[in-house]
Structure formats: structure tokens, C-alpha cells
Design a protein around this ligand. Structure first.
Ligand SMILES: [Zn+2]
Ligand SMILES: [Zn+2]
Ligand SMILES: [Zn+2]
Length: 532
């Protein structure tokens, strides 16, 4: 491929890919050389197109994707303070953090669409439509190179799949809007635009912050060529507008590079159905080849041991609700397995319901109910989904209500029992970010007189231990030069200075190590403070 082959030893190349059955599955991205774990394969200063979710248009720079203090939910753990965004005076749709950002966006192509967006000021335009408009506009005005455009046009459209599932009409409709609003009808015909819109839907990645909060989508011809595996050897880490494609494990020269499009810790049938519904393929990756036999699908107790109360709940679900018939919840054909499927369906349905809820106290109530279902039915291991995902959201909501000691107990439990199990690679980005979330909480608690209210606990040392751990991993998960790694680094330095001051000079390293060991022990005990 032209983009990769310019370099003498290309970091990657695009070539035909086949699945394990030997079937051709279109193009894929392959390693141009040997890589170790935690290495960068390629760095993109910015994707071809980035588009923010409607809600983030209000508080995020549409050029560098920097957050502002406006929103304070989720794991927004390292928002630079004091930055504000200002509306584009023309279209009133996009906001920028600086004149420089506004200028960059303007010359990248916004100058050609600002005016037409102005007339749409009261219309809610989905991010994929805005992305498609930008793509068409920039191509029309010669702002996308021939090489890049060729690569874009090689991405799969899945048009036949959309037609089969009856969603093509909607695509045509959205594409028609994108075409009209971008004033590019003179350049691209109706079908061409529909194909382009379909490409965006099936090849875009989620635009995320370094702490993995979703902000919108990015569409890029190189990243769009990376195929999926539920056991990926790589991941895309973003830092503002830049993306670093990094290895999760060693990759040999000529080996295909995979990322995961979904939560790969979900049970087999859920992964299969999610990939089929959104990306139209039956996953046959190294993990899926083993079917429902792995950890993700293991029950803590056999379905026939479920307490009577839960058998009754399951039977009610089986007669009244659709969740049990959903293939995503499939467990097996026996009566007990169908009951387990019903309970699993209910747990996932409740998890999904909480995603759309706003009020943290209501969310917490609902999450706690669903966690009780997982716990009391006896079916779930603590790391089995959605039990683990429910706890992640519980922590976020407890933090937003300032319930720090309870949040801490859940963090400690997750740290001990869940993270090493779900993410055995120590620098897995989710493991790093969740450990950072815990470290930030520890730093806060260390500064309060009551701490976590347990004798013998030195939160300052625990905080330092966690920050140090994140620092060691951040170079591999985010890259040494990333804003995230730098921010963790300066926190670590700050804490070291404070520690030295509190100990009156340089601490004796033997004493220090013994104390750290004792606190590590404490941290382990805290991991068992709560049952559910
Ligand atoms: Zn900016
Ligand atoms: Zn504008
Ligand atoms: Zn798979």
C-alpha cells in the first residue's frame, strides 16, 4: 500500500486477510516488522475525520478534543483546568479551545461547510452525518489526497448486509442529508454517498479520551483496515486528536494486527451477536474458536444449583420477557440452562438500562439490585460480565456522589479480584486507567483526616504505590510521551517530595520497603471488605 510502502522498513502494510477457515474477509493490517509488547506500531497526528457526540459538542474542542471543566462525570481523571471552549461565530455548532484550534479546523475544511451548517443551527445532526459531510466537503475542495481517498474507497461498505437487515433505507436517508447539507451533490451521486456513509458506520472507531471515556467517532482509512479479534494483539490509544496504535503482546513480522471492537470480556454468545449485529460477521477469532468454554462463560456454580427464589424469578422471565430468547444470552437447552440464560439476560438488560439513566442515586439503586442478582443467584464469578461492568459503573456513580469510602472498598475489591483476571497484561489500558482512578481516590483519601477509617492503614503510602504502578505501565499503555503518562509522572514526583517532607529528609529504604510491604498487605485485606 502506498502510505506504508514509502518507508524503507514499513511499520505495517495492508493486505488481503483470511479468517481461520481460510475465507477471504477483505483487507487487514499486518506487522511490517517484529514488535515487542507495549510498543507503538504507528502514530497518527490526527485521524482523517473526527466527530463528537452531540452532547460533547458543548464542552469539548472540536479540533484537539480537549475536555473542559463543564462536565464532571465518568472517569474524567485528568481534565486540564481553566480551559474553556468558544463557539464558532459562523455555524454556532462547533466549539474551540483556542484561536489556534479554530484556525486549524478552518483551514482543514471547516471554511467550506461553516456557512451551510449555520442554516442548520437548530437541527440535531448525528455524528456520523457530520463526519460524512466533512469527508465529502474536504474531498470536493481538494483537501483529501488521492492516496488517502483510494484507501478510504477500499474500505468495506457492507451495503448488501444493510440491505438484508432492512436498514439500507435509513442509510440512504442519512446519506441524502449529508449530501444536501454539504452542498456536494454536484460532485458525488446518491449511491456513492450512501456507500460512503455505510463505510463510516462500519469502519469508524470510538473517539476516546486517555481515560477511555467515549467522546464521538474517528474515521481513518488506516485504522479502518484493522480487523477485530476478541483476543486482540493491539489497541488504539488516543490522546486528544492523536491516535497511537500499540501492541498488547509481541507480534511477529507478517502477523496480522487485531484490535477489539467490543468488550471482549463478555460471554461468547454476546460477543457473537454484538459483532454480527453491528459489523455483520461471525467472529471466528482464536478465542471464539473455543466457543463458550472459557472463563467468560464459566459459572461459579452449575445452573441447577440456583436457589428456588431465583428459579422462580427466571421462570417468570421465561414466560413474560424476550431477554431469555435473545441469542446473546444463550447458555444451553436444558431447563436449568434456560433459567440461567433468563437471569443473565435480566442482568444485562438492567446494566443497559442504567446506561441511559442520569440521576446517580437512581443509577446506584438499580446497579445494586442487578449486582445482588448476580451475587445471590450464586451463578456469577465476581469477574463474569455484567457483574464486573456493573461494579465499574457503581464506582463512577459513588464517586460523583462523594461516597468515597464505599467507592474505595469497591476499587480495592476490583483491584484484587477482577483486574488481574480480566486483564492479565499489566499494562492493558483498562487495567491502567482503573488503577489510576483508584490511585486518584487514594490520594484524595490520604488528604482527609478520617481516610478510610481503618486502623493501621497509611493511605499516603498506598496512594504512592498505586501511582508508581500506573507510572510503570503508562509508558506501555499510553506511550512515554503521552499527556497521560506525563500527568501521572508529575503526580508521582509531587508525592515523593511530600513523602520526604513528612518523613523529614530521605527515608531509610529498608524501613520504607518494610512499611510498603505492610501496606500492600493492608490493601489486599481491603479487597475483601465487602461481600457483593
Ligand atoms: Zn483545541
Ligand atoms: Zn463554523
Ligand atoms: Zn471473537
Amino acid at each position: 500500500m502506498s502510505i506504508a510502502s514509502r518507508a524503507s522498513s514499513p511499520p505495517f502494510y495492508i493486505s488481503r486477510s483470511t479468517n481461520s477457515r481460510g475465507e477471504n474477509i477483505g483487507n487487514g493490517l499486518f506487522a511490517g516488522r517484529k514488535y515487542g509488547a507495549g510498543e507503538e506500531i504507528t502514530y497518527l497526528k490526527r485521524p482523517l475525520i473526527g466527530s463528537l457526540d452531540t452532547q460533547y459538542l458543548l464542552d469539548t474542542c472540536a479540533n484537539c478534543y480537549v475536555w473542559t471543566e463543564g462536565a464532571a462525570t465518568g472517569t474524567r481523571l485528568y481534565v486540564p483546568e481553566g480551559i474553556q471552549v468558544q463557539k464558532c461565530g459562523g455555524c454556532h455548532r462547533f466549539r474551540y479551545c483556542s484561536k489556534i484550534c479554530q484556525k486549524e479546523a478552518w483551514s482543514r475544511g471547516h471554511k467550506h461547510e461553516c456557512k451551510s451548517l449555520r442554516s442548520l443551527v437548530n437541527r440535531d445532526l448525528p455524528k456520523a452525518v457530520l463526519a460524512c459531510m466533512e469527508l465529502l466537503t474536504r474531498r470536493k475542495h481538494g483537501l483529501i489526497s488521492e492516496d488517502e481517498w483510494t484507501l478510504v474507497c477500499q474500505l468495506q461498505t457492507h451495503i448488501d448486509d444493510f440491505k438484508c437487515t432492512g436498514t439500507y433505507e435509513n442509510i440512504e436517508l442519512m446519506a441524502m442529508g449529508a449530501s444536501q447539507f454539504s452542498l456536494t451533490q454536484d460532485m458525488f451521486n446518491k449511491d456513492f454517498v450512501a456507500h460512503m456513509y455505510a463505510r463510516i458506520l462500519t469502519n469508524a472507531l470510538t473517539l476516546i479520551t486517555p481515560t477511555l471515556d467515549p467522546l464521538g467517532l474517528i474515521f481513518d482509512p488506516v485504522l479502518g483496515h484493522v480487523n477485530h479479534s476478541c483476543e486482540p494483539n493491539a489497541f488504539a490509544m488516543m490522546d486528544g486528536a492523536s491516535t497511537s496504535l500499540r501492541t498488547l503482546r509481541p507480534i511477529n513480522k507478517g502477523e496480522e494486527i487485531y484490535i477489539s471492537y467490543i468488550d471482549a470480556s463478555n460471554p461468547f454468545h454476546r460477543r457473537q451477536s454484538e459483532l454480527k449485529a453491528r459489523w455483520f460477521f461471525d467472529c471466528n477469532c482464536t478465542k471464539c474458536q473455543k466457543g463458550a468454554t472459557l472463563d467468560e462463560d464459566t459459572w461459579a456454580h452449575q445452573p441447577n444449583t440456583v436457589p428456588t427464589k431465583f428459579k422462580e424469578i427466571a421462570d417468570t422471565i421465561l414466560t413474560h420477557e424476550k431477554v431469555a430468547q435473545d441469542l446473546a444470552n444463550c447458555v444451553g437447552d436444558t431447563q436449568d440452562e434456560r433459567r440461567a440464560a433468563a437471569l443473565q439476560g435480566k442482568a444485562f438488560a438492567e446494566y443497559e438500562e442504567t446506561q441511559a439513566m442520569q440521576d446517580p442515586s437512581q443509577v446506584i439503586g438499580k446497579i445494586e439490585d442487578a449486582m445482588q442478582l448476580c451475587h445471590q443467584s450464586g451463578l456469577w464469578h465476581i469477574h463474569r460480565q455484567p457483574y464486573a461492568a456493573l461494579r465499574d459503573d457503581l464506582i463512577v456513580n459513588l464517586l460523583s456522589l462523594a461516597k468515597y469510602p464505599t467507592a474505595w472498598a469497591h476499587c480495592a475489591k476490583r483491584y484484587k479480584h477482577i483486574l488481574p483476571k480480566l486483564y492479565p497484561v499489566p499494562f492493558h489500558p483498562i487495567r491502567v486507567v482503573q488503577t489510576w482512578q483508584m490511585a486518584v481516590l487514594a490520594v484524595y483519601l490520604a488528604g482527609t483526616p478520617e481516610g478510610v477509617g481503618a486502623p493501621g492503614v497509611n493511605m499516603g503510602l498506598i496512594a504512592m504505590m498505586l501511582v508508581k504502578q500506573v507510572l510503570d505501565a503508562a509508558g506501555l499503555s499510553h506511550g512515554k510521551e503521552s499527556a497521560f503518562a506525563k500527568s501521572v509522572g508529575s503526580k508521582a514526583e509531587e508525592m515523593m517530595v511530600e513523602l520526604k517532607r513528612s518523613l523529614g529528609g530521605s527515608p531509610d529504604s529498608a524501613v520504607m520497603n518494610a512499611e510498603l510491604e505492610a501496606q500492600r498487605e493492608m490493601l489486599g485485606q481491603m479487597g475483601d471488605w465487602i461481600k457483593v
